[in-house]
Design a protein around this ligand. Structure first.
Ligand SMILES: C[C@H](O)[C@H](O)[C@@H](O)[C@@H](O)C(=O)O
Ligand SMILES: [Mg+2]
Length: 396
């Protein structure tokens, strides 16, 4: 039988560049934006940092773009939140495990990137950088094979994705066809009973606007403690809060286990966007949370998210990745335990659907009427916008 004589392309060069303003670091917005309007955070205990998350540096990192060029000239790329720090890690450390290797060496490359950075990585921006390399490899492999990434992952288990929307206006999200609306929580424990009352009044008002059947959720962005989260959840039950998200800091696995035991029956406890690797999610899954929400650009990339998702499936836990545009869509459409996806409303008042990483990606798809058929275009199906200024701060 004729064997394929086609040589597997090898990786010729890895390049890391950065972008400031919007893009993959979607918290890096200029001017007014709902995503930076008095949102409760772990820093809310300091009044001077309560009004704005940019004030304490949520947007310090910026966007990292990783390009991987094969020896036939094909280039795959991916973007994440990591900026210059991520570019240094890619150029000065990770590139050595890729250049000269076959493009198909995803598992070997991932294992060497993870093991070699353990002395300073494990989670956080190192895993963001590893994720971007892994995603760029998948984009390159898809382009070389002429297939969308979802076809490399076993193919779609559903014809289209359905989305909930994250933003300040769930009432508008309902009109736009989304299945639910996740609101940022505005007041944390440091604002006392008055803040708790304001939170519950805001939820009651939104429930009034959207009616009884539309999902409403709170994103608490690591800002609470178990007692406050429990009281908030119990107060929210009468307004049908569907889930309480990321109530505690990521390392408080013990707190999540306790919160899961204390929230009203039927209310889901979710978290995970700032967790990384199969080991971090194993600890999280053992707390009994209902939905884990890894960001594929932060948790280790597709190669790691496949492992995390299988682990979750064995626990009967849903995996609904934190919004990361095409990078999560190609994954979610192939997983039976990922029944819906997140869409982050990046319009400044959350009243229109705009591409999440705008203006960075050409061809970035968006949900229409809250749904999306993932395009069959090879790789992740997007191109870098040449009009967006990029800088390559380091070389190797
Ligand atoms: C809306 C939240 O505060 C974050 O900005 C958001 O990025 C994330 O937590 C989410 O789940 O979308
Ligand atoms: Mg969140």
């Amino acid at each position: 039988m004729a064997s394929s004589s086609r040589k597997t392309p090898t990786i010729a060069q890895v390049r890391a560049s950065t972008v400031r303003g919007k893009g993959a670091d979607y918290h890096d917005q200029a001017g007014y934006h709902w995503i930076d309007d008095h949102i409760a955070t772990p820093m809310s205990v300091y009044p001077e940092y309560r009004e704005s998350r940019q004030s304490f540096g949520l947007n310090v990192l910026g966007t990292l773009v990783v390009e991987i060029e094969a020896d036939d000239g094909t280039v795959g790329f991916a973007v994440t939140t990591a900026g210059e720090i991520g570019a240094w890690i890619v150029e000065k450390h990770l590139a050595r495990f890729l250049e000269g290797r076959p493009v198909t060496d995803l598992e070997r490359i991932w294992d060497q990137m993870y093991r070699s950075t353990l002395f300073y990585g494990r989670r956080g921006v190192v895993l963001n950088a590893i994720s971007a390399v892994d995603l760029a490899l998948y984009d390159l492999l898809g382009r070389l094979r002429g297939e969308p990434v979802y076809a490399l992952l076993g193919g779609p288990v559903r014809d289209e994705l359905q989305f909930y929307a994250t933003g300040a206006r769930p009432d508008v999200a309902k009109e736009l066809g989304f299945i639910g609306g996740k609101m940022p929580l505005h007041h944390g424990p440091a604002e006392g009973e008055e803040g708790l009352r304001k939170n519950l009044d805001a939820l009651a008002d939104m429930r009034e606007r959207v009616g009884e059947d539309f999902w409403l959720m709170w994103d608490c962005w690591m800002s609470l403690d178990v007692d406050y989260a429990t009281r908030l959840a119990r107060g929210a039950a009468e307004h049908g809060l569907r889930w309480i998200e990321e109530a505690l800091i990521p390392d408080d696995y013990w707190g999540y286990a306790q919160l899961k035991r204390q929230v009203p029956p039927g209310m889901l406890v979710t978290t995970g966007e700032h967790e990384a690797t199969r080991w971090g999610f194993r600890q999280l899954l053992e707390t009994g949370v209902d939905i884990i929400q890894p960001d594929v650009g932060w948790c280790g990339g597709i190669t790691e998210l496949l492992k995390i998702s299988a682990l979750a499936d064995s626990h009967g836990t849903m995996v609904v990745p934190h919004g990361s545009s095409v990078y999560s869509y190609h994954f979610v459409v192939t997983r039976t335990n990922s029944p819906f996806a997140e869409f982050l409303m990046m319009h400044e008042t959350a009243e229109k659907v705009v591409p999440m990483f705008e203006p960075l990606l050409l061809g970035e798809p968006v949900p229409v009427n809250g749904r999306l058929r993932v395009p069959e275009t090879p790789g992740f199906g997007v191109e870098l916008n040449p009009d967006v200024e990029r800088e390559r701060p380091f070389t190797h």
